[in-house]
Design a protein around this ligand. Structure first.
Ligand code: MGD
Ligand code: MGD
Ligand code: SF4
Ligand code: MO
Length: 734
């Protein structure tokens, strides 16, 4: 049968009968797209669209944003609080007061019996900033445990640590507009087209206009690598060696910016002495990139008028994560590429509000990039919150990744999980399961009740999500944008802010500490606290954020009063000489000796295991697994295997295989692809009981972030394919 052009039916876009559009900011990734949710006449969310006038996305959305309105009533949402005495028991529905009283009483019981720090609180990068700030006040000011951290330790802590070591403070210096000014872009371990599709689109548009070279450093042929001018398929975990070798070339050939180095940095002599050891010939043997390529990339980067580096989890999730970030910063500093248009070192953030938690949650310190270790910061915050400064710990407590071992050893007995699902996201599931089973008390506060971690909870608190709530989020480029309540929280679930405020009433019986009820008022409190700090937001209000479709910090009251405020906030930080946050105002150049400490392939486990993401899914799929339009692209777990390796092992495309690591095993479907080299397997970590059964997750010494991307496995072909298919499905039922 012939299909003539004229005979094709035109694509019909269904009329969703939207009667009103409401403003929000996307709640998935850190790109920070402005979104509008369409409501029909009955007030039901039926559509999503990008906002044309928004600086970030200029009308566009990716596959996740387009279907985000389907989340509100998706399967598995929590509707009522639930309780039980033992995690083996059936859940019993209860009312909010009973559930909240129980959480309060259990936290205090455990603390009285085992000490203040025996309860841990683990938060997230997926709430609104006012919620983070309120939880921080409750935890630091009233509950008083020091073991309070976020899932950002799995994600951004290497970036935070690297920024602090280099510049004296967290805070990404650049912005997306830098793509429009750059002459050279290096992307380290970042797969923008899949993980940050709209940032990718911004980058691609700029590249088409300016024609700058794109260099991608990633062991896998990602979608970004396919679009690169040069793809450097680096040996996993050796980025620091490549960075040192590039600096070796730059300094040896006199391509550095001496004026910038002398005026703005300390430590050039020590750095020079260290990178002398990394001549390209020696480095090539370790990092797998040939010496000519190392030299070419180093020269291209150093000779560019403005050169930009971005990175994501290929750098952060490594035993050298923090060092990798410092290495990127070193490269930027010695070439004078910080804070200038197109010349920057920009960490691409992960979760929608991972930046907000870094700025305001008090997880690793106190609000507004204040530290527990600094007496003046403790005094200032204690006065502001009306608490005794002595109540604050004098240094930060355990990182998230150290909390689970502390549960295993009995040091921690109670756990409050908020918008994070460690059973699916932490490495080495078997060990996390053991910890969860040992808890005397566990409360899970999540918008879905069917999470793997809720299986181990004694209390479940159903939370609202995304645009069922009101507040702000900060994106990758320090842009704060607002989320408005588009619809009521599902069932009898409540906004996280409401839950924290009701908990605060229980810990704050005398009413000493003030907890404003409404997000815009909390925002004003934060704005007050931000005055004169790096992340100064004192000129912002919710109304301004909505009107401007987001404003970048800093944006100060003083600028507004003088009429000098840039309309959309501060595009860059560290723009002027000598403005870094170390006490002397200078940035630090830090030598990075390479220590080879990863689990590497050997005879028994001959393949690298690399784990990461797909465009259609979000983390543990609590959200995207329920949305047909997302889930249909990859409904079942799979492993990418190189066809040549598969041939040697007798594996055909679509076969079920067993991956075995020193921790455990997992059954997945083989997808044969040249995306991975012959000695590597790539497994998306979205599916429960797959990637993280296998991962080792050694920790970075500075950031305590796990090396999710480097461990070793072997592949076994399964003889009985039918049984394997059945087992693979059963493993995902609970
Ligand atoms: N669709 C979708 N988008 C997301 C998310 C999601 O779940 N789904 N999650 C969000 C979050 S929280 C995050 S943190 C980001 C993550 O965003 P990305 O970091 O871009 O995504 P990943 O797939 O985790 O890893 C990126 C790349 O690191 C590479 N890599 C592995 N080992 C190394 C190495 O040793 N060196 C180098 N240079 N590269 C290496 C991997 O091959 C992979 O291609 O995505 C955000 N966006
Ligand atoms: N193997 C491997 N593992 C990894 C990674 C990897 O690359 N490889 N990446 C790591 C990284 S970068 C990250 S960020 C982590 C993510 O790890 P997790 O934080 O565990 O991932 P999520 O599945 O996003 O969990 C968030 C939970 O919050 C809930 N939630 C969403 N919105 C709200 C809300 O508004 N309120 C409340 N109360 N709950 C809400 C969701 O239903 C979900 O259960 O995974 C890490 N794990
Ligand atoms: S790029 Fe990120 S912020 Fe934008 S629509 Fe997609 S998931 Fe949402
Ligand atoms: Mo992340």
């Amino acid at each position: 049968m012939l299909f003539g052009r004229g005979k094709k039916n035109p694509i019909k876009i269904a009329d969703k009968k939207v009667s009103e559009w409401k403003y929000a900011t996307c709640g998935y990734c850190s790109t920070g797209c402005s979104i509008e949710v369409g409501l029909n006449e009955a007030g039901k969310p039926v559509a999503s669209r990008g906002v044309g006038g928004a600086d970030v996305n200029r009308g566009k959305l990716c596959l996740k944003g387009i279907f985000e309105h389907e989340l509100f009533d998706s399967a598995g949402r929590g509707t009522e609080p639930m309780m039980r005495d033992n995690f083996h028991d059936e859940w019993k529905t209860t009312d909010w007061d009973t559930a909240l009283d129980k959480v309060h009483d259990e936290i205090r019981r455990v603390q009285e019996k085992y000490g203040r720090d025996s309860v841990a609180i683990i938060s997230t990068g997926q709430m609104l900033t006012e919620e983070f700030y309120t939880l921080g006040k409750l935890t630091r000011g009233l509950i008083g445990t020091n073991n309070y951290d976020g899932n950002t330790t799995l994600c951004m802590s290497s970036a935070v640590s690297g920024y602090k070591r280099s510049f004296g403070s967290d805070g990404p210096p650049g912005c997306y507009e830098d793509f429009e000014h750059t002459d050279c872009l290096i992307a380290w371990g970042s797969n923008l087209p899949e993980q940050h599709p709209i940032i990718y689109w911004r980058m691609k548009e700029a590249q088409e206009a300016r024609g700058f070279p794109l260099i991608v450093i990633d062991p896998r042929v990602t979608m970004l690598a396919q679009n690169a001018d040069m793809h450097l398929a680096i040996t996993p975990g050796t980025d620091v060696v490549l960075q040192n070798a590039m600096m070796h070339v730059i300094l040896k050939e006199g391509l550095e910016d001496r004026r910038y180095i002398d005026a703005n940095t300390n430590g050039i002599e020590e750095l020079e002495a260290e990178v002398k050891n990394y001549d390209p010939t020696t480095a090539a043997k370790i990092c797998g990139i040939d010496e000519d390529t190392i030299q070419n990339v180093a020269r291209l980067f150093a000779k560019a008028g403005a050169a930009m580096q971005i990175w994501t989890m290929g750098i952060n999730q490594s035993t050298h994560g923090s060092d990798g970030v410092v290495g990127i910063n070193n490269l930027a500093l010695i070439t004078g590429n910080i804070g200038k248009p197109g010349g920057t070192s920009l960490s691409i953030t992960g979760q929608c509000n991972a930046m907000g938690t870094r700025e305001w949650s008090s997880c690793s310190g106190l609000p507004g990039f204040r530290y527990l270790e600094v007496p003046e910061h403790r005094e200032e915050m204690a006065k502001f919150w009306n608490i005794d400064p002595e109540f604050f710990p004098k240094k930060r407590g355990l990182y998230q990744t150290d909390i689970y071992p502390a549960i295993e050893t009995g040091q921690i007995k109670g756990l409050w999980l908020i918008a994070t699902n460690p059973m699916s996201s932490l490495p080495n599931t078997a060990r996390i399961r053991k910890s969860m089973e040992k808890l005397e008390f566990c409360v899970v506060q999540d918008c879905y009740q069917d999470t793997e971690s809720a299986q181990y909870a004694h209390v479940y608190l159903p939370a609202g999500t995304w645009a069922e709530k009101e507040g702000v989020m900060t994106n990758t480029e320090r842009r704060i944008n607002v989320v408005k309540p588009v619809t009521k929280p599902h069932g009898n679930s409540k906004p996280d802010l409401w839950i924290f405020n009701r908990m605060a009433e229980r810990f704050n019986k005398e009413g000493k500490v003030n907890f404003p009820e409404k997000a815009p008022d909390i925002f004003l409190e934060m704005a007050e606290l931000s005055k004169g700090r790096l992340a100064d937001i004192s000129g912002m209000t919710h109304e301004l954020l909505e009107k401007n479709r987001g404003v970048q910090w800093p944006y100060t009251e003083e600028q507004v009063k003088k009429g000098e405020a840039p309309p959309k906030g501060g595009k860059r930080i560290y723009t002027e000489d000598g403005t870094f946050s170390h006490p002397d105002g200078k940035a630090k150049l830090i030598p990075l000796p390479f220590i080879d400490n990863n689990e590497v392939p050997d005879d028994k486990f001959p393949f690298w295991l690399n784990t990461g993401r797909l465009i259609e899914h979000w983390h543990g799929r609590t959200k995207t697994g329920k949305l047909g339009n997302n889930n249909k692209y990859s409904p079942i777990p799979f492993a990418e295997i190189n066809p040549d390796a598969a041939k040697e092992l007798g594996i055909m495309a679509g076969d079920y295989v067993r991956l075995v690591s020193r921790r455990s095993d997992a059954i997945l479907m083989a997808q044969l692809t040249q995306r991975v080299p012959k000695n590597m397997i790539f497994v998306p970590f979205h599916f429960y009981d797959c990637a993280n059964r296998l991962t080792l997750g050694l920790l970075d010494p500075h950031s305590r972030q796990p090396a999710y991307k480097q461990s070793a496995v072997r592949i076994e072909r399964i003889k009985d394919q039918k049984a394997a298919a059945k087992l693979s499905m059963e493993m995902r039922e609970f």
